[in-house]
Design a protein around this ligand. Structure first.
Ligand code: OAD
Length: 237
């Protein structure tokens, strides 16, 4: 049984990371859309760096840890192996910290930066500024940017994600508002035999299209659903 899971900011809400479209949706008076674009980076790189430096620091605070939903998905990967794939829109690394390795971070990762000139990707835990030198070539200047997919840019690994959606027997969408494409379009790439489940305390525009919607917090619902899948896959052999 092939299981594809898509996660969004809601799965990390209970780990203390605010969602994008919550009531406190502004950062220092800016909508995220105003700072998370290539245009904003070209116009005001210092502002954009500050926005992501804040976020990078936040996810490294001792209080920010994987919650029961992340942990349940790590257990499901252990049980299913190659039949499991996790696609996340989150850039917070909490799935990886919980133990998942079959993770596609389609919107990038906060703990990585990329060189605009060479395409190299570096692990990164510190603040980044325009003046931060390239780690191994001091001749390249002002080339580092957060390894994040900004509005207007193409998410990573779309062909692999589409493949996984077509092959999935179960598709679970957790904690995403279903408003940002192409992630929101993964549901429509699943085939008719695939059982589709949404976990979100609130309705989304996509809710009517799922076979089942579970109006619960991720930390409650994900452990239950993943246990049911493990029980079924044991029965099916
Ligand atoms: P959103 O902030 O748009 O949506 C978060 C969803 O999580 C909402 O539908 C909430 O109802 C739900 N939610 C809140 N608490 C929850 C909980 N405890 N358990 C389960 N669900 C809960 O976040 P995303 O859908 O992830 O893109 O946003 C998609 C993309 O838009 C992000 O990846 C980011 C953003 O702009 C980029 O940065 C490119």
């Amino acid at each position: 049984m092939k299981v594809l899971v898509l996660t969004g900011a809601g799965i990390s809400a209970e780990s203390g990371i605010s969602t994008f479209r919550g009531s406190d949706g502004l950062w220092e008076g800016h909508k995220p859309q105003e700072v998370a674009t290539p245009e904003a980076f070209a116009d005001n790189p210092a502002l954009v760096h500050r926005f992501y430096n804040d976020r990078r620091r936040q996810i490294q605070q001792a209080t920010v840890r994987p919650n029961a939903a992340h942990q349940a998905l790590a257990l499901l990967e252990t049980a299913l192996g190659e039949d499991f794939l996790l696609v996340t829109q989150n850039v917070d690394n909490l799935h990886q910290r919980a133990g998942n390795s079959r993770v596609i971070a389609m919107h990038g990762e906060l703990l990585k930066v990329r060189c605009n000139e060479t395409g190299e990707i570096f692990d990164w835990h510190e603040d980044l500024t325009e003046g931060t030198p390239h780690p191994n070539n001091p001749l390249i200047q002002k080339s580092l940017r957060p390894h994040i997919v900004w509005f207007g840019e193409t998410p990573f690994y779309l062909p692999q994600i589409e493949d996984a959606a077509r092959q999935a027997d179960v598709f679970i969408s957790v904690g995403t508002s279903g408003t940002v494409y192409p992630a929101a379009g993964i549901l429509s790439q699943t085939q008719s035999h695939c059982r589709t489940i949404e976990i979100n305390p609130f309705p989304t525009p996509l809710s009517p299209k799922f076979d089942e919607t579970i109006r619960q917090k991720a930390s409650i619902a994900v452990p239950i659903v993943t246990q049911q899948i493990q029980d079924q896959s044991i029965i099916r052999g």
